[in-house]
Design a protein around this ligand. Sequence first.
Ligand code: GLN
Length: 211
Amino acid sequence: HGVTGILAVQGAFAEHAAMLDRLGAPWKLLRAAEDFDDSIDRVILPGGESTTQGKLLRSTGLFEPIAEHIAAGKPVFGTCAGMILLARRLDNDENVYFGALDAVVRRNAYGRQLGSFAATADFGSATGDFAISVAPGERVPESAASESIVLKDFPLVFIRGPFVAEVGERATVETSVDGNVVGLRQGKILATAFHPELTDDTRIHELFLGL
Ligand code: GLN
């Protein structure tokens, strides 16, 4: 494995770093364009405020290397604001950032009551004989294809997360809560409206490191 680059211009980057520490996986904070060196083989886009992150991506020069990384089909994991940065289109905001994830996302769409809440759901779209079920506290098997893994009873923490208004053909729904899509995958792109880095469940990060 190489190093996970964690976008660290704003938001919950330290929590992702702490998750990777628990897994013994090397990481590097991305604050300036020169931080994105050849050691980086995957990228995390953390939660935070997507408009601010978008501006800072431009002013730091980190936008281009991360966009090239994603265009090359290399692994990227966006949580919350990170999902907004990855989306093909936002339906209540004119900005488009990486535009890589085939989904239309709405910012701050959950009402005040639902803005921040916790839930539990399975993460993963595999069904039938192909599904490898990983219980809470179990390690994600490194050898298994990530498409075949289902993480049972994953704790979902939402903080003014994005609402997925539309899922395109290229993306796959990995988690839903009350009929709302909250986890997506498209090749080596993972995106969650929730914050696994704010729980002590490392399974989605393990899955990401296996991509
Ligand atoms: N509401 C934030 C945004 O639009 C995302 C919230 C989060 O990342 N916790 O950028």
